[in-house]
Ligand binder design. Structure first.
Ligand code: ADP
Length: 664
């Protein structure tokens, strides 16, 4: 309650407070905003520098890696670069031959292995019987002759024809056996198709025709494994021709060949490029990235007129063998790397969409097969740190703002209070002078008249003396009041306590009041409860308190001459009530009027004279007696002041020091 009262700002403080607080507060807000912007720009710049540095390091590291590979490709040990499990293949392309390591990684070759066609004329006699006469036994006899030929291609040609005629003759088991012999004989190619491949495919076809599914599956599986494992060096047409049938028998999808097919297409691309370059004479080493069969290939090669050695690497190989080497850079710089091929298709990761969040190194500038994108590995961490600093800064600014506002508030408040006290004091001085002037002027007038002998009759002289006595009494009361107030303030006033009859006290105060206000036409209605208990108090002080209340009731009730005074027991106290039907006091002033020198607005507007210490004295006195003053009032509805004094049960007569009482 007290704290709230104390913290309540004087009204005039607002303008000053706004100026004193808002200007520095606005300055602080601007400063804070500016600092935050600076901090953000600094963080952005640092992150960007880190990305640039990392991008340069990565380009250098990857370039060194690829250069080393290009070097290795020129050595005979190049094939050791690859292991069986890699999704990569090393191709060696010559003008009329191609080879691959590991062979099993390439489904087919850009060019088929060279082949030698046998003279068709050798088989004419046998084929005449077979196709024209449908004499299969005769045809078989003819081909058996040839199967003992010196020429390996003729031997192989004869064997396959024997098997074919056996099949046509309905001797299926013999036909199967003949194909089996051919497959195992290591015979020469037949029409550029390896004999074993041709024989095994023919066996499978026969088994399919005979619906011997168990055997078919077993043999087709083995054949498919050999086809995919690079057992024969086939070009794309031959491979597809055979693989298509085998997949049909096995019921598998072409998708399983994806990895090998992608590498084979890469090899074809290299071959075509080398062919084109050979014609133009360009034989430089090169690097390229491309997307094939939804797989990303990276190609590195060296070329000369004799041939080309190239490494075709799938995404796993690139990741595990090349990028692993640069990962420490990513960790150290806390960045992440994304790669795109020359057609802007993602090779690795996905770079952030926003240009401000990534650093780019174009393939055309670096000579690398990819375009590099470097982004912060943990952008949240950068932002978190920024946010943390921002929070700290904001908290600091808020604290300073609170301190500035509180400081300016209390400074302004203290300043205004001092102003108010100074104003009240100056009002008090002029009010006291005024209070003195009236009785002094009438004393002077009366005395001059007496000295000049202008008052001739004894009766008139007696009236003059009475008037002089009243003026003197008024002056005396004024001086005593001021002196007592000074003592009360200093805490040195001593109270002579004695048991007092409350009714008697009220009557005496009323008597004095009536005497002082005899000519002013006030009516006092007194109501005293029977058997009022005694109060322990200082008669003179309590009389002064009551007189002040009565005097105020009279002063502030123009046109309402009746004053009501009551005294009654209220629990452990005697309550003495002074009520008037005068101007009344607004709620906002009901506390203020007990402050010293404070004069209410009603007093000013109604032009009532006074010093502003009357109620302060009342409060001092009543509190010194362990009681309190209560006020009930409303503007225009009169006022009731109630003094509550504790019943003097235990305390006997004595002297009480007001200072100690106040402190208690
Ligand atoms: P003073 O009467 O000399 O101004 P006081 O301390 O006695 O000083 O009173 C303080 C103020 O309280 C007065 O200026 C007046 O505004 C108000 N006041 C006191 N008593 C009454 C009353 N009975 N009716 C209306 N206002 C009062």
């Amino acid at each position: 309650m007290f704290l709230r009262e104390w913290l309540r700002p004087p009204r005039a403080v607002l303008a000053l407070f706004l100026v004193v607080t808002l200007v520095p507060a606005a300055g602080l807000v601007w400063l804070g905003w500016y600092l935050l912007q600076q901090d953000r720009a600094l963080v952005d710049q640092r992150v960007q520098e880190r990305r640039e540095r990392a991008a340069d390091l990565l380009v250098a590291a990857l370039d060194a890696k690829l250069r080393a590979i290009e070097q290795d490709l020129t050595k005979s040990s190049a094939r050791e670069l690859l292991a069986q499990g890699d999704d990569a293949v090393l191709v060696v392309l010559g003008p009329a031959a191609a080879d691959a390591y590991p062979r099993s990684h390439l489904l087919y070759y850009p060019i088929a292995s060279p082949c030698q066609e046998p003279a068709e004329l050798v088989f004419r006699a046998g084929e005449d019987r077979e196709f024209r006469l449908h004499d299969y036994a005769g045809a078989i006899a003819s081909f058996r002759e040839l199967s003992r030929s010196e020429d390996a291609t003729v031997r192989a040609g004869a064997q396959v024809r024997i098997a074919r005629n056996l099949r046509k003759a309905g001797q299926m088991d013999l036909a199967l056996a003949a194909y089996q012999d051919l497959a195992q004989s290591g015979a020469a190619p037949i029409g550029c198709v390896p004999a074993s491949l041709l024989a095994r495919r023919a066996r499978c076809a026969l088994l399919a025709e005979l619906k011997r599914t168990g055997e078919l599956r077993r043999e087709a599986e083995a054949l498919y494994a050999d086809l995919r494992g690079g057992r024969w060096q086939l070009d794309r047409a031959l491979y597809d021709l055979h693989a298509q049938d085998v997949r049909g028998w096995l019921g598998v999808d072409q998708a399983v060949e994806q990895e090998g097919r992608a590498l084979a297409i890469g090899a074809e691309w290299l071959w075509e490029r080398w062919q084109a370059a050979s014609q133009g004479g360009g034989r430089a080493p090169g690097r390229h990235s491309m997307k094939v069969e939804s797989r990303l290939l990276t190609l590195v090669w060296t070329a000369s007129t004799e041939g080309l050695v190239g490494l075709i690497a799938g995404p796993r190989f690139v990741d595990e063998r090349w990028l692993t080497g640069v990962r420490p850079i990513l960790g150290a710089q806390s960045v992440q790397l994304s790669l795109k091929d020359r057609n802007s298709r993602a090779v690795l990761g996905a770079p952030p969409a926003s240009l401000s969040q990534r650093t780019e190194r174009a393939a055309s500038d670096t000579g690398l097969p990819w375009t590099l994108f470097v982004a912060s590995a943990n952008p949240r961490a950068d932002l978190d740190q920024l946010a943390q600093r921002q929070r700290l800064l904001l908290a600091g600014l808020a604290l300073v703002a609170i301190l500035v506002s509180t400081g300016s508030y209390f400074t302004a408040r203290a300043f205004l209070r001092e102003l108010a006290v100074a104003r009240l004091q100056s009002d008090f001085v002029s009010a006291v002078s005024h209070e003195f002037r009236t009785p002094l002027a009438s004393l002077r007038q009366l005395t001059e008249n007496l000295i000049d002998g202008r008052v001739t009759t004894d009766e008139r002289r007696a009236t003059y003396y009475r008037a002089q006595a009243r003026a003197t009494l008024r002056l005396h009361r004024l001086v005593e009041g001021l002196l007592d107030f000074g003592r009360m303030e200093a805490g040195v006033l001593r109270y002579r306590l004695e048991p007092l009859d409350a009714g008697d006290l009220v009557r005496s105060a009323l008597g004095e009041f009536r005497q002082d206000h005899a000519d002013r036409g006030h009516q006092v209605e007194l109501s005293l409860a029977d058997g009022l208990p005694a109060v322990n108090g200082d008669r003179e002080a309590l009389m002064r308190a009551l007189w002040n209340l009565l005097d105020n009731a009279a002063k502030y009730s123009p046109g309402a001459p009746t004053i009501w005074v009551e005294a009654a027991r209220d629990k452990d106290t005697v309550a003495i009530r002074v009520r008037d039907a005068g101007l009344g006091i607004g709620a906002d002033e009901q506390k203020e009027i007990f402050r010293k020198f404070y004069r209410g607005s009603a007093a000013h507007t109604a032009g009532v004279k006074g010093t502003g210490i009357g109620l302060a004295m009342v409060q001092y006195i009543v509190r010194a007696h362990g009681g309190h003053v209560r006020l009930e009032s409303a503007p225009g509805a009169g006022s009731t002041f109630t003094l509550s004094l504790p019943i003097g049960r235990d305390q006997g007569p004595g002297i009480r020091d007001q200072g100690s009482l106040e402190r208690a």
